[in-house]
Design a protein around this ligand. Structure first.
Ligand SMILES: [Mn+2]
Length: 324
């Protein structure tokens, strides 16, 4: 795709850049980078999202890099004729609210689930969406600010988990490109003071409750805990040397939220959680990272031995997955 075609498409239109709901660092870095890129070519845009920003480290991006972003409540004046560019997400996905504007463009690095035509479409399966945005600057020799360079570097690092998750040669090349223009101090700032006291409580609960069977680690967080934190704790438990598959779940007021990780070759976390929770709730995701949910009305069917039942559901699926 030639990014200058996107510039031509938008000229004369009120344009919003929309991230997926509950945006993560890659979605925010992609939106912020794209906004700056378009501005350099004479196009003013607003960044918007739906949902909440749960993690302290993600919120911190706004002050560190100087990002302005509008929540759903701030965009009540959006019109049907306004243009929307979706970044790090695609129209009709469950994680993207359908705002009233016209989705004319899409820039994403996820596989397409529901096909949709856009006037400008750039969907490539690389490690981070921010990589695609960095390439726009590179291809067109458009200058970027140190804040944009540092922010894109952070987005790429986070979404590829420091180049161990889905990273491609393009991610590495574009990281090198932005890193040379980044302020390393600014980037380093993102890694300090990012844990909240409530996070520590969730880590503590998971450590207290961990059960390991073979290479499978389970832990329950027996209180309300945001999705993003359940996911971080699942990564944390997977980092134990004896654990190759982690199942972390939080008991929340609306139900039980699961985060599942697989480092086992051939064992698809998405399939395991989908099958394990069948009849109780729903689940799915990628081969290496997935999530699931049991709504509160189905919790009684797990009986009083809730944790034992959950462990058995997963262990049974895992035995099958490993046999195949
Ligand atoms: Mn992403």
């Amino acid at each position: 795709m030639n990014p200058l075609q996107l510039v031509d498409l938008l000229r004369g239109h009120k344009t919003y850049i929309q991230t997926h709901n509950f945006p993560d660092p890659d979605a925010i870095a992609s939106a912020f980078g794209l906004q700056y890129f378009l501005k350099q070519h004479g196009i003013e845009t607003d960044i918007c999202y739906d949902g909440r920003i749960e993690k302290l480290s993600t919120k911190k991006m706004f002050s560190v890099f100087g990002i302005d972003i509008l929540s759903k409540d701030d965009i009540s004046d959006m019109k049907e004729t306004d243009y929307i560019i979706t970044v790090d997400s695609q129209k009709y996905n469950a994680n993207l609210t359908d705002f009233i504007g016209d989705e004319v463009a899409c820039i994403d690095h996820h596989p397409t689930v529901y096909a949709c035509e856009y006037a400008y479409k750039d969907v490539r399966l690389v490690g981070a969406c921010a990589t695609l945005i960095a390439e726009y600057f590179y291809q067109t020799d458009t200058p970027m600010s140190v804040e944009v360079a540092s922010c894109i570097a952070y987005g790429i690092k986070m979404d590829t988990s420091d180049f161990i998750r889905g990273a491609t040669a393009l991610d590495a090349d574009m990281f090198a490109y932005v890193y040379k223009q980044a302020d390393r101090q600014l980037l380093n700032t993102m890694y300090t003071n990012v844990m909240e006291f409530s996070d520590l409580k969730a880590y503590g609960a998971a450590i207290d409750n961990i059960h390991v069977y073979g290479e499978v680690g389970f832990a329950v967080i027996p209180f309300d805990c945001p999705d993003a934190l359940v996911a971080i704790i699942s990564d944390f438990i997977l980092s134990l040397d004896v654990v190759d598959f982690s199942v972390i779940y939080a008991i929340r007021t609306d139900g039980i939220r699961f985060s599942v990780r697989s480092a086992k070759k051939g064992v698809d976390a998405g399939l395991v959680v989908k099958n394990a929770l069948k009849g109780y709730g729903s689940g799915g995701g990628h081969p290496f990272m997935a999530g699931g949910f049991i709504p509160k009305e189905n919790i009684p069917s797990l009986t009083e031995k809730r944790d034992y039942v959950i462990e058995q559901l997963f262990l049974r699926e895992l035995r099958e997955a490993m046999d195949e």
